[in-house]
Design a protein around this ligand. Structure first.
Ligand code: PLP
Length: 429
């Protein structure tokens, strides 16, 4: 496998883009590689500028549940582009899109479209503070909610992988309002509520954590959060940027049967274009400008290309048996991988919910950030290099999810497992 062109671009990129990348985890420094520069993709295959082909298990970090360049999504975007790429004004498509989101996700009575997951969570927090008149928020170690100041505390994979504990440029005053607690630890949360009583505006949580590797909520965890928020008049925010439309049409809240007050969506709802959303009960959402005093705005919000892509994706996901298919494919790949790790006698444990999973390089169990962080990162890096060299493209971090898409067919899954087998043989021999 040659990577001459990627190397050339990497040299150029580092001169004009900080670290050569537009988002830190793409750098692949932690696994000791030059990142392949991607030229094109179709279905579950991506091709780099040197002509190397990979089976993709990243799916653009989650959005591509239908695979790359799905013909119906491409057609929808192309047709929309022919009519104009942005109006900064109301459109019929955004109304239809919002109607579909509200009809699918249990907690949504109203929804506001934005352009990134970061914007969605940041705006939801502002709204929760505005609606409650309180300032403090609770988040969980290892959960990532985008890079806005107050949420950049012990925030998951990018920071763990690069070893950045938090970020310079984030004033202590901002993070002092963020209580950072262990995931799945209801006692710690109960204590925090008792101590800060009526000061907590919101609890924000990934209902299945995906940014410290996949970590499911322990039985009773989400129910406990719901009960505590009800008791203290705090707004419960589910960050479903990853889980929304991945675990079910109604996301993790449908899957687990717990309804938050506000929900953040992103990734899948834009089919790979920059769109995200936050929404919830009408009485809370009506606090947002122009009907209420909490300000939030966006020039490209509800952009017609992104909305067209989102509508096409949501329609396809409504098809019969889609989530059963995803479950079947993911279960097959996950159990196949666990068997290979077992066969090779490697310490490992796996967490899977629907079509997202992580096999951790350690005995486990992994239930929170502290346990996730015990993974053998050096062994993972060797495994990763072997996988990529043999044509399987995973996220370059042991603290990320593997995403299965509808484009992964049986043959692809067999091929991934074959490559995993060879990679594991290489690192254990
Ligand atoms: C759960 C979660 N929330 C929010 C975000 C931020 O989304 P974006 O990268 O679109 O700003 C991410 C990104 O990975 C995420 O995984």
């Amino acid at each position: 496998m040659t990577n001459i062109r990627s190397q050339e671009l990497w040299t150029r990129a580092q001169k004009v883009i900080p670290g050569g990348v537009n988002s830190p985890v793409r750098a692949m420094a932690s696994v000791g590689l030059t990142p392949p520069f991607i030229k094109s993709a179709q279905g579950c295959r991506v091709m780099d500028v040197d002509g190397n082909k990979y089976i993709d298990c990243v799916g653009s970090w989650g959005p591509l549940i239908l695979g790359h360049a799905h013909p119906e999504v491409v057609e929808a975007v192309t047709k929309a582009a022919e009519k104009g790429t942005s109006f900064g004004a109301s459109t019929q498509a955004e109304v239809e899109f919002a109607e579909k989101l509200c009809a699918s996700v249990p907690s949504l009575e109203q929804v506001r479209l934005v352009s990134s997951g970061t914007e969605a969570t940041m705006s939801a927090i502002r709204l929760a503070r505005g609606a409650t008149g309180r300032n403090k928020i609770i988040k969980f170690e290892g959960c990532y909610h985008g890079h806005s100041d107050g949420l950049l505390v012990a925030a998951g994979s990018g920071l763990i992988t690069l070893g950045i504990p938090s970020s310079p440029g984030v004033p202590e005053e901002m993070t002092s309002l963020t209580l950072n607690l262990p995931y799945n630890d209801l006692d710690a949360i109960t204590q925090a509520f008792e101590q800060h009583s009526r000061e907590i505006a919101a609890v924000i949580v990934e209902p299945v954590a995906g940014n410290m590797g996949v970590v499911p909520p322990a039985p009773g965890f989400l129910e406990g959060l719901r009960a505590l928020c009800d008791k203290y008049g705090t707004i419960l925010i589910f960050d479903e940027v990853i889980t929304g439309f991945r675990l079910a049409l109604g996301g993790a809240q449908e899957h687990f049967g717990i309804t938050p007050d506000l929900t953040c969506l992103g990734k899948i709802i834009g089919g790979g274009l920059p769109v995200a959303a936050y929404g919830g009960k009408k009485d809370i959402m009506s606090q947002i400008a122009p009907c209420g005093p909490v300000y939030q705005a966006g020039t490209l919000s509800g952009n017609p290309l992104a909305t067209a892509a989102g509508l096409a994706v949501l329609e396809l996901l409504q098809g019969y048996g889609v989530y059963d298919q995803l479950e079947e494919k993911a279960a097959r790949l996950f159990s196949g991988m666990l068997e290979l790790f077992e066969e090779k006698g490697l310490d490992h444990t796996g967490n899977r919910v629907g079509s997202m999973f992580t096999v951790f390089f350690q005995k486990g169990p992994v239930t929170d950030y502290a346990s996730a962080a015990k993974s053998d990162t050096e062994l993972f890096a060797r495994y990763y290099r072997a996988l990529l060299a043999k044509g399987v493209y995973m996220a370059p971090s042991p603290f990320e999810a593997t995403f299965v898409s509808l484009a992964h067919q049986e043959d692809d899954i067999d091929q991934i497992l074959g490559v995993c087998n060879q990679a594991l043989e290489e690192i254990t021999s």
